[in-house]
Design a protein. Structure first.
Length: 270
């Protein structure tokens, strides 16, 4: 039986990124899905799709959709299997691979995708990501879980009980309402200005926070990403959810109840 249970709570939930490049506090309304690591592949289906992409891309770690590859299409992904605990989440999530000083690649263990309302935007109805929506975000932070010991580069989690290195990517929620991708794979979605989405990007989507967990207790300046230095982290999202399920979750957990108390959905599982 699917577990999509919503609770009314009075506990603040904040994505506490403190760097200038980071977002502010997010709203209480959210749902999350755990998606285990799927595969490593030297492709980037958003930036360099097609067979030639294997020559132009760096190695990425993929989560969620098991089929994500250079020749993927929305139709192929939405009918494929997923590593997510909620099988209707067929989305593709990926980040550049993390590389040790000796050149070996670290396989992450899992990711958690949090879909949230943004408390900085007032009295707007949140829409689900449209079908085949694609987005890259450069807004990130490394930390030790629960946003402890945040860093834009090396981070040391030794001495923090039950903590490992986490890379968190935050995706902006204001969409232009037209384009499901853009030339730079970023400009069709922006961050709010003041208490509202800008007029050029009036449609409010969920704020997606992707938390990638590594089996490590520290990373030093000698570590790198396959895309370059640690401070060049970014993440990719391709919406190939079963759209009806995504629409239901956004409506149930984020949309119509946004201004009626604090509403939190538990982790969504089959």
């Amino acid at each position: 039986m699917r577990r999509i249970v919503c609770l009314v709570v009075g506990i603040a939930s904040v994505f506490g990124v403190t760097s200038p490049a980071a977002a502010g506090s997010l709203g209480e309304h959210r749902f999350s899905v755990r998606c285990d690591f799927s595969h490593l592949r030297q492709v980037d289906p958003i930036v360099t799709p097609g067979p030639a992409g294997t020559l132009a891309s760096h190695l990425h770690a993929f989560f969620g959709n098991r089929s994500t590859d250079s020749d993927s299409t929305h139709a192929s992904m939405v009918t494929s299997r997923t590593t997510c605990e909620f099988s209707k989440d067929r989305a593709g999530y990926w980040v550049p691979s993390l590389v040790r000083p000796d050149g070996t690649v670290v396989e992450p263990t899992s990711s958690f995708a949090y879909y949230r309302a943004n408390s900085a935007i007032e009295d707007e109805v949140i829409r689900p990501f449209p079908r085949d929506f694609r987005l890259i975000s450069d807004r990130y932070v490394y930390h030790c879980g629960s946003m402890r010991r945040q860093s834009l580069g090396p981070v040391d989690c030794r001495g923090v009980p039950n903590s490992k290195v986490v890379l968190s990517i935050l995706f902006p929620p204001c969409w232009d309402g037209v384009h499901r991708d853009s030339a730079d794979h970023r400009s069709h979605a922006l961050w709010p200005t003041g208490m509202a989405c800008p007029a050029s990007h009036p449609v409010e989507l969920p704020v997606l926070a992707l938390h990638v967990h590594f089996p490590l207790d520290h990373i030093t300046p000698e570590w790198r990403l396959t895309s370059g230095p640690l401070d060049g982290a970014h993440g990719d999202f391709w919406n190939s959810w079963k759209q009806r399920s995504l629409r239901r979750l956004v409506h149930l957990c984020l949309g119509v109840t946004k201004s009626v108390g604090d509403r939190v959905c538990e982790r969504v599982q089959d």
